[in-house]
Design a protein around this ligand. Structure first.
Ligand SMILES: [Zn+2]
Length: 350
């Protein structure tokens, strides 16, 4: 564990420390990277460090004890404003930025950031779901981005720079966050109590692309039995695409009616397959098979089956990565699953 309880992202901490040390901290930032890797927590800790009343701001190390740090930790700091998209909304509501209709520009994040700081030397505003800014919201933001109030810092958080409107992107300093290294994610999983032992945490980390949210999802009780069923199906030399398609679609349906929940569930399934084919591909290249009571014997079995046709696992891996990318493009789910499984079957039979 490093800076202020943040796991990883050391290079970004250094970047900020240098900027603050030189008195050249930019006013608008766009944090981008996959979800579940700590961008929001980083923004909170950065805000706390910038506002701490006891430590030298150039060190960027919050004391954790002063009035400012205490309020920052409690989420009650008068100089930190945060907005995020309510789960039931499809966009970031405009009133969160500029206040409700009857109080336009007398409330909301963009109003608050223009006030004089109460405690610290700055006002800090965090927009957690910048992916969901609509054109109107982005327009309101532009004025603040063009003429930032003195001593203000605005942090937008999104999954990629490409998803932001060009007018926003061009006015922010873009900070790119990388997924967490497997060992760091494993430590974090133990620290947060997601799993109790480091061995279990490592296995989970291996399947989670360096993302805490994906690791947590994998601990849902229904996941284990399904994964077992799926991996057995994938390791079967005579690939049964009909049976597997039906099993996958039924499992996705169990996630609920919400399209977003179903997409997440399908992505989970595709990632399980990706992880499996990746392990077989690596093992075929001589890497040791990782220690997992379920997947290890299945990986070894597939290795033996496919020894003569060594392209099966890499081709299935590519096809599964393609399926994962399609999920976000709103491709019809049943068609997506059936085509994916049919293509896998064709690769197995080749
Ligand atoms: Zn402090």
């Amino acid at each position: 564990m490093a800076w202020n309880g943040i796991f990883g992202h050391d290079d970004i901490v250094e970047q900020f420390r240098r900027a603050v040390g030189r008195g050249r901290l930019a006013t608008s930032f766009l944090f981008v990277g996959p979800s579940g890797i700590g961008k929001y927590t980083f923004a909170l800790r950065l805000a706390r460090a910038l506002l701490c009343q006891e430590s030298d701001p150039r060190e960027l190390d919050a004391c954790g004890e002063c009035e400012s740090c205490t309020q920052a930790d409690a989420g009650t700091h008068p100089d930190i404003s945060i907005v995020r998209k309510p789960t039931e909304k499809s966009e970031l509501p405009l009133e969160l930025l500029i206040g409700p209709l009857e109080k336009r520009m007398r409330e909301g994040l963009l109003h608050d950031i223009g006030l004089k700081p109460f405690m610290g030397g700055r006002k800090i505003a965090i927009i957690d779901d910048a992916d969901y800014l609509n054109a109107e919201g982005a327009n309101c933001l532009l004025k603040t981005l063009e003429e930032p109030p003195p001593r203000s810092v605005l942090i937008l958080i999104g999954t990629s720079a490409a998803r932001q409107l060009p007018t926003i992107r061009s006015r922010c300093q873009i900070v790119r966050f990388q997924p967490l290294a497997e060992d760091l994610l494993a430590e974090l999983l133990v620290e947060q109590g997601v799993v109790s032992g480091i061995d279990a945490a490592r296995k989970l980390a291996m399947q989670s692309e360096g993302r805490l949210d994906l690791a947590v999802e994998l601990t849902q009780p229904e996941i284990g039995p399904f994964r077992e069923n799926l991996l057995h199906g994938l390791a079967e030399p005579s690939f049964n695409s009909l049976r597997l398609s039906a099993a996958v679609l039924a499992f996705v349906e169990e996630a609920g009616r919400e399209p977003a929940l179903r997409r997440r569930r399908l992505a989970q399934v595709v990632r399980m397959a990706i992880e499996f084919y990746r392990q077989v591909t690596r093992a075929a290249g001589g890497a040791p098979v990782s220690d997992d009571s379920l997947s290890t014997p299945l990986v070894e079995r597939s290795l033996a089956t496919w020894a003569a046709t060594d392209n099966v696992a890499p081709d299935c891996l590519d096809r599964s990565l393609e399926a994962l990318a399609q999920i976000d493009r709103n491709v019809h789910q049943t068609a997506l699953v059936e085509c994916w499984m049919d293509d896998l079957a064709r690769i197995y039979a080749s």
